[in-house]
Design a protein around this ligand. Structure first.
Ligand code: PEP
Ligand code: MN
Length: 265
């Protein structure tokens, strides 16, 4: 895996081309876990833009542990993401769960997210590798770094070299106080092993809004290229992942701290 030069991923968005990589400023992605309705997704996009985010995240297709939990609005949420993209100019990052959905998601998304639970869905990875849109590959919750890098190889070997690696916390013996254990050490380790750009998701990584800002800053100190932060206009009422979502105000405060610490695009 050893490379001399870090690679960068260039993502065209309505607001201009955004580069993610070691030689570029920090890129921030913000948004709700799930796209719930037009009002909330557009409001979140406009706030995220105002605070300096370059991408809006939001799930249309949601991988939920329980089949009785909200599963995402699916196809109808894609047009809401398109509306938020139009209103804010932010690029869109949203998850692809299943191969038949790839084409319709790629019409709206600027970056295709592969979730932790699908990190080793090899048939999905091969199909995503045939896409021209960049891919955000989340680390499986029980994946080793080598498993994760090989999953990235599946995408690249199928023809798509535009891969960003996203650490989102792994399972350990202790999940009493945090949902997962955010592997901050993965950042310097990945720097040794791969040229691929890195994103850190402290929202899924900790599971609690209270812990998100500190871990976001820790990730910057450790050298991440980008961050993914869950933000919701009213976390208490969120249809998924409310406890780990920042309010607009909390996200604004975090962005102020981030800008003190590092250059943000
Ligand atoms: C998400 O980003 O909302 C998500 C489901 O993430 P993960 O795949 O890391 O659990
Ligand atoms: Mn989530």
């Amino acid at each position: 895996y050893r490379h001399n030069e870090p690679s960068e991923v260039m993502i065209p968005t309505p607001n201009g081309d955004v580069y993610i990589g070691e030689h570029h400023p920090i890129v921030v992605t913000a948004g709700p876990c799930s796209v719930e309705n037009e009002e909330m997704i557009v409001a979140t996009a406009l706030h995220a833009k105002k605070m300096g985010a370059k991408f809006l995240r939001g799930g249309a297709y949601k991988p939920r542990t329980s089949p009785y939990s909200f599963q995402g609005h699916g196809e109808s949420a894609l047009s809401l993401l398109a509306a938020a993209r139009e209103a804010s100019g932010l690029g869109i990052i949203t998850e692809v769960m299943d191969t038949p959905d790839i084409d319709k998601i790629a019409e709206v998304a600027d970056v295709l997210q592969i979730g932790a639970r699908n990190m080793q869905n090899f048939s999905l990875l091969k199909q995503i590798g045939k896409q021209t849109k960049p891919v955000l590959l989340k680390r499986g919750m029980a994946a080793t770094i080598d498993d994760w890098l090989m999953a990235a190889e599946y995408i690249m070997a199928s023809g798509n070299a535009q891969v960003i690696l996203c650490e989102r916390g792994i399972r350990t013996f202790d999940s009493k106080y945090t949902r997962n254990v955010l592997d901050i050490s993965s950042i310097p380790v990945l720097r040794r092993l791969t040229h691929l750009p890195i994103m850190i998701d402290p929202s899924h990584g900790t599971g609690w809004a209270h812990f998100v800002p500190k871990m976001a800053l820790a990730a910057i100190a450790a050298g991440t290229d980008s961050l993914m932060i869950e933000v919701h206009p009213n976390p208490k009422k969120a249809l998924s992942d409310g406890p780990q979502s920042l309010t607009f105000e909390q996200f604004g405060e975090l962005m102020d701290q981030v800008k003190h610490m590092a250059a943000v695009v």
